[in-house]
Structures are given as structure tokens and as C-alpha cells.
Ligand binder design. Structure first.
Ligand SMILES: NC(=O)c1ccc[n+]([C@@H]2O[C@H](COP(=O)([O-])OP(=O)(O)OC[C@H]3O[C@@H](n4cnc5c(N)ncnc54)[C@H](O)[C@@H]3O)[C@@H](O)[C@H]2O)c1
Length: 694
């Protein structure tokens, strides 16, 4: 222990210190520390380390290092405010005969604050997430020859493992589960049986009940509720409370104020750590596009940690950057989760570590091996026999099947997998090709996705101007535009505009459901939309039956095309499709009335039909149908420009997440969007005509 002669809250390096600078009373702290010292002395021999001026937190000796037998691992403090303590602790450990190991520079580890031995000496629990780095754990395993179980801390208030976790004698454990991520909780539950786990409530955790000193059957702590005291007592322990409120102001209590140097040594057990590390390379507009942030977030959110080994910043606006990042994960499965997401972001292994992909046969038709790689919309290459092979039929949410001669690979939906197929598993030998996103592209994308929802109509107009120009280009060059649309197009008065687009040759295929066709034809045949007169905006008597009458009429003729041919349907979106030979596909849903004879109720066939019509598209215009837009988005590879128009920003954002650089989202009323689009196309047409006349 170290007496609090110079103890004070001098700075803020954890949430407990917030608002407590110079608010602790030295006298009260001395008094509380002496009482703790006294209690511990009744049960153990206490050595003291000399307090030093300028390092007020030295009183928390748990963070001096970690000691097992005659070996000590010295702490490397994360915050510079505490780094001054290191030489004093080192000196004490050496003077007391310990062999002191020091971690490489820039690799933080905060001693027994983040590393707690199982009291039977079976393994070491080691925390990471706030102060200590996961990368320090393999050193502990090596130097102390012990199995290390890594636990990830999630709650800033419990920044050190010993603030929320306290192994007790006889295999008991006092801990606060919400302080850990799900993976760590699972690990704890696997090692400590339910009857030995004493989970504390938040109020006890906030009183630092887990920051206890356990010596034999005694548990010394700041304070605990009656309920917790009863539970600890029932487990065969005696709780001694001794107030440590002055130290709580700095985020520490009983355990933090002590370092145990007589940890149990089990000679028959040996080092092991399941921790895995890998190095990845990232290239592109890493800062401009936020790619580096996204990659590092992926690592941390999945439970890993990282070290940026080098970063070459592109000096000019157009030049790209590159980075090499060491990724560490507490287990193989966490590493695979992280790597598959990093591959989606375009991460590559360093050249010397590139190896072939792993293949496993399909043993049951329509079912992939457990560990199969799930595809994204991005062009993907896989390494087979030392060659990178480009995957065909790229789409998201598929498996990659490799041909029998190992020369080709293609995306296959689970349902299409055959027992003769071999599928790529794991994350080796897979890379995705991401077009570098520049600052300009990113700004346009964000402007339209984020901006339009809260922006003036002028901003929507700007996006529409650009889309109109591209539509015109695609049409003039004989390209392909596919529209997916929901019935809101009709309800908002956009039907005539979409019909106009089809008539003028801007649309090469139309995708939708039963509703858009029914409501379009209701409007054409009866002048109403869902029974509302579209001219006068009032409900028509009996109008709610109109759409069923329409369905009935089309069923009588056998199809939409026949209804047109018979001269019954003579205007509207679907009339224009039939007249202009624009193919359409209507996918069924559970809420469909009728359905129309054209609506495909076999959804697998409907998906195939959609995929056929999407193939070769240059642009997909998704108009106000969450169901169909997301369905279409899932089938579309990167490189196809997707324009998603919806009044709900959440739908637009959802599509933007899977969209490529080329995608644009417009948060606005679809009727308004279509009318602006037509106006803009008309303007362009006049401009072209003027130019020709000149
Ligand atoms: N009578 C029928 O047979 C019938 C009726 C309705 C729907 N359906 C079927 O149900 C399925 C889902 O229908 P859906 O695509 O209409 O619903 P959906 O919920 O998938 O999508 C509707 C979308 O329109 C958006 N929206 C609402 N008002 C808007 C506006 N003014 N401007 C722009 N966007 C707006 C919503 O935010 C939503 O994302 C389809 O297959 C459809 O055919 C059938």
C-alpha cells in the first residue's frame, strides 16, 4: 500500500473525477486509508511504498504492476498523468527482489487494476477496452506462464477490471455483468458456474462493491447493500465495510489501494492466450471518405483492438493514402467477424501474408457450410491456386461457389447450392474492390442523403437536375434504367409523370407489387385512387370497392396486356408499359388483394424475374416502396447508380448503407419529385431542340 500523503484529485482521467478536482479532503482520506490499512493488517502483512510528490494517484498501488511468484510486469500507464509513477514502482519491485518485465513503449497495461488472478490460480482474467491494450495480454501469458482470459470493458465508469470484477476464494466471483460485452459475459459464464457467480446490482457496483480485497474468507470493501452482504455471507464469506468515499472521488476503493504480491502460483498450469493478431492494409481516400474511421470502428465494435503501424497520407486532394493496421482479437471467432467486415471495406492482407481461399463442399442441398463467407455488393476476387479470380454474378447476401476446375467462382443464393458445389469459408484469400471515394463524391452523397430531409426544396431541385441530366444521357446512349415503385406514386399524383417517363423512353423495366398496378389502373379506369377522386380530392361513394372491381376486370381479361389490347385500359403507367413494350414484373406479398393475374405469388420466381430485369441496368430509380426498394437493393451489384426517393429518411439511409458510391438518396414526397423530374427533362429537351436549331 502507499499512504495518501500527497493524494488529491488533481486531474480528470475517468468519469468519477469529473467535478471532483480538489474536492477531496486530505484529512478524511488519511483517516479512511488508515482504517483500511488497519483492517488489512489484521489479515495480512502489509508493505508500504513511499509516496511521492506530483503523482497523487500513487496511492492506488493496484496499478503498480502485476506480480506472480517472483516475476512482476510493470505497468505502462495509458494517461501521461500517471506515467510518472512507473519509475517509483519499478524501483520498489526491484528492491524487493522481483524480476521486472517491461512492455514495449506505447503498449498500455495498468497492472493488477486490469488483471486479476483466479483465486485458485487457474488462470488470469485480463481486462481491456479503456486503459490496457488487448495486445499486452500475450506478454502476460508469456512472462507469467499462465492462461489469460481477455474481458472487454464497455462502461466508462468501470474503466479498470477491478472496478467491476472480483474473483473470490473457492471459485466465487463478485461482478457487475453490464460492464462487459456479450462475448466476455459468455466467457465468464463458461468458466464460473452459475452458483458461484455473485452478480451485483448497479447501485452496489457504483459504490465500488466489486473493488474488494479478498483475503481467505474475508471480503473488505467500501460499502454494500444488505442484499449483497447476505449473498456474499451465504457463499461463506465475512464482509467488512470500511468507508472509502474520498477515494471514490478519484474512481478507486479498497482493491485499488492495494497490490497483492502473494498471488497463488500453480506450477502444473501453463501459458496460453487465445488472442490472435493480423495485419491489414487499407488504401484509398482514407481520411476524406472516413474509411479509416469506419475500419477502426469495425475492429473496436466487434471486440478487438488495433494499432496503426504506419499511415502514409496522400499529400494532394486527388492522391490516395495507405495504412497498415495491426488488428488483435480475443479469439479466433471474433477475429473472423472483424476480418469479414474489414474485407467488405476493401482491406487487404500484406503481400507476404496472401494465401488461397478455403473451400468446403456443400453436404446438403440448399445449405452452405457453417462458416461460409457472405458476399457484399462490391466486386469481389478470390485467390485460387495463387491467382486472383473475379467472382461472377456479384450480389449481396450470397455464398461464393467455386467451379470444379477451380477456374471460376460465382455468387450463389443459399437455395441454389448443390451438393456438387464447393463454397468459400472463412476469410482467407478474399478481397473486395472499392472504387476510391473522393471528398467530392462523399460530399454529394451526404448532401443528398442527409441534406434533403431537412433542406429547402431548392436542394431537392438540385439533385433532380442532376438525375434528369443522367436519365437523358442514359436514354440517348441506349442504356438501361429500371424503376421500382410503390402505390404511393399514384396516391401522390405521380402516376401521370411516371407514365410520361415510360412513354418518352426513359424507363426500360418496371418493378413493383400488386398495389401499384391495381391503383394505377383504378385511376385510369375509375378516376380514383383508393376510392378518392384524384381531380377533386374527395372520397367517392362506394369508392373503397373500386380497386377490387379493377382487379376483377383484369382477371376477366386474363392479364394487364390483354386488358390493354381489348381497349379497356387506355391510359396510365401500365398502359404505357404494354404499348411501349417495357417489361414489368409484379412481385406478390401477403397483403395483396386479388391478386392481379400478372402478380407473381411464387416469390422465388418473382426474385428471379426481378434479377433478370435488373441485369445490365445503368440506373435504378427506387420510388417510395420500402419492400421493393430493399429487395431490389439486395440484388444489385456495386457500380449501378441507385436513386432512392422516400419521405422517410430511415428508408433512404438503410439503402444508402448498402449502396455504392454512385448512390443518391432523396428524402422528399415522391409526387413532387416526379413532377420536378418531368419539368427538368422538358427543360432539357427544349434546350437540346434550341441547340439543334442553332
Ligand atoms: N391492395 C393491395 O393489393 C395492396 C395494397 C397496398 C400494398 N400492397 C403490397 O404490399 C407491399 C408493400 O407495399 P408498399 O411498397 O406500398 O409499402 P412499403 O411500406 O414497403 O413502402 C411504402 C414507402 O413509401 C414511403 N412513403 C409514404 N408516403 C410517401 C410520400 N408521400 N412520398 C415518398 N415516399 C412515401 C414510406 O416511407 C415507405 O417507405 C407491396 O408488394 C404492395 O404491392 C398491396
Amino acid at each position: 500500500m502507499c499512504a495518501p500523503d500527497h493524494y488529491d484529485v488533481d486531474y480528470v482521467i475517468n468519469p468519477w473525477m469529473e467535478g471532483n478536482i480538489h474536492k477531496s479532503s486530505r484529512d478524511r482520506a488519511v483517516d479512511q486509508w488508515q482504517k483500511l490499512h488497519h483492517v488489512i493488517k489484521d489479515h495480512a502483512i502489509v508493505d508500504l511504498v513511499k509516496p511521492q510528490i506530483g503523482v497523487p494517484d500513487m496511492v492506488f498501488t493496484a496499478n503498480a504492476g502485476l506480480v506472480l511468484g517472483d516475476v512482476a510486469v510493470l505497468s505502462r500507464f495509458f494517461h501521461k498523468e500517471r506515467q510518472g509513477e512507473e519509475p517509483f514502482f519499478k524501483q520498489w519491485l526491484e528492491e524487493n527482489g522481483f524480476t521486472v518485465h517491461e512492455l514495449p513503449p506505447e503498449l498500455p497495461f495498468e497492472g493488477a487494476g486490469d488483471a486479476l488472478f483466479d483465486r485458485e490460480g487457474r488462470w488470469l482474467w485480463a481486462g481491456y477496452g479503456f486503459r490496457s491494450e488487448l495486445d499486452s495480454h500475450p506478454y502476460l501469458a508469456k512472462w507469467l506462464d499462465v492462461e489469460v482470459l481477455s474481458l472487454r470493458l464497455m462502461d466508462e465508469r468501470f474503466y479498470h477490471l477491478d472496478t467491476c470484477f472480483c474473483p473470490l476464494q473457492n471459485g466465487y466471483l463478485l461482478y457487475y455483468p453490464p460492464a462487459f460485452d456479450a462475448y466476455s459475459n459468455r466467457l465468464i459464464e463458461m468458466r464460473v458456474p452459475a452458483e458461484k457467480r455473485i452478480a451485483v446490482a448497479e447501485a452496489d457496483a457504483a459504490n465500488f462493491a466489486c473493488n474488494s480485497v479478498n483475503i481467505d474468507d474475508v471480503v473488505i470493501m467500501n460499502k454494500a447493500s444488505d442484499d449483497l452482504k447476505n449473498r456474499i455471507t451465504e457463499a461463506g464469506f465475512r464482509v467488512i465495510e470500511t468507508p472509502l468515499t474520498e477515494f471514490l472521488k478519484a474512481g478507486g476503493a479498497a482493491k485499488c489501494l492495494t497490490l497483492r504480491v502473494t498471488e497463488p502460483v500453480r506450477v502444473e498450469l501453463h501459458a496460453s492466450a487465445t488472442i490472435e493478431s493480423r495485419t491489414i492494409r487499407l488504401e484509398g481516400h482514407l481520411l476524406d471518405s472516413g474509411l479509416i474511421n469506419r475500419a477502426l470502428d469495425v475492429v473496436v465494435e466487434a471486440g478487438g483492438s488495433f494499432q496503426v503501424l504506419n499511415f502514409n497520407l496522400g499529400v494532394q486532394r486527388q492522391s490516395t493514402s495507405s495504412a497498415e493496421v495491426k488488428v488483435t482479437a480475443p479469439s479466433h471467432s471474433v477475429m473472423e467477424t472483424i476480418m469479414s467486415q474489414l474485407i467488405d471495406l476493401g482491406a487487404l492482407p500484406p503481400p507476404q501474408e496472401v494465401c488461397d481461399c478455403l473451400l468446403e463442399p456443400v453436404s446438403q442441398q440448399g445449405v452452405a457450410p457453417d462458416d461460409f463467407y457472405v458476399t457484399t455488393i462490391y466486386p469481389t476476387q478470390v485467390r485460387i491456386n495463387n491467382e486472383w479470380v473475379t467472382v461472377d454474378k456479384q450480389r449481396m447476401d450470397a455464398a461464393i461457389a467455386v467451379s470444379a476446375d477451380s477456374k471460376t467462382a460465382e455468387c450463389k443464393l443459399l437455395r441454389d447450392l448443390q451438393t456438387s458445389d464447393r463454397v468459400i469459408v472463412g476469410v482467407e484469400g478474399i478481397r473486395t474492390i472499392r472504387k476510391p471515394e473522393s471528398r467530392e463524391q462523399r460530399n454529394t452523397q451526404e448532401f443528398s442523403f442527409m441534406g434533403a430531409g431537412v433542406s429547402s426544396e431548392r436542394r431537392v431541385e438540385l439533385v433532380v437536375e442532376q438525375i434528369a441530366w443522367e436519365l437523358r444521357q442514359i436514354r440517348d446512349q441506349g442504356g438501361r434504367v429500371v424503376v421500382s415503385a410503390g402505390p404511393v406514386v399514384i396516391h401522390t399524383g405521380g402516376g401521370e409523370h411516371l407514365a410520361h417517363l415510360i412513354r418518352e423512353g426513359y424507363v426500360q423495366a418496371l418493378l413493383g407489387g400488386n398495389a401499384i398496378a391495381v391503383h394505377d389502373m383504378e385511376q385510369s379506369l375509375m378516376g380514383t385512387s383508393l376510392g378518392v377522386d384524384m381531380q377533386r380530392g374527395v372520397s367517392v361513394r362506394g369508392g373503397h370497392r373500386h380497386h377490387l372491381k379493377v382487379i376483377n376486370t383484369v382477371r376477366r381479361y386474363g392479364s394487364i396486356a390483354k386488358t390493354v389490347e381489348e381497349g379497356v385500359l387506355d391510359k396510365g403507367i401500365f398502359y404505357e408499359c404494354v404499348r411501349n413494350h417495357v417489361p414489368f414484373s409484379l412481385a406478390g406479398s401477403i397483403r395483396d388483394d386479388g391478386p392481379l393475374p400478372d402478380t407473381q405469388m411464387d416469390l422465388i420466381k418473382a426474385q428471379e424475374d426481378y434479377a433478370r430485369l435488373i441485369a445490365g441496368a445503368d440506373m435504378i430509380l427506387m420510388l417510395s416502396s420500402m419492400l421493393h426498394s430493399i429487395g431490389v437493393g439486395n440484388m444489385t451489384p456495386a457500380g449501378v447508380k441507385m436513386v432512392c426517393v422516400d419521405i422517410n429518411p430511415a428508408v433512404v439511409t438503410k439503402l444508402s448503407d448498402r449502396g455504392s458510391v454512385e448512390s443518391v438518396g432523396v428524402v422528399t414526397d415522391v409526387g413532387l419529385f416526379l413532377s420536378l423530374l418531368i419539368q427538368q427533362l422538358n427543360k432539357l429537351t427544349s434546350a437540346y431542340q434550341m441547340a439543334q436549331r442553332l
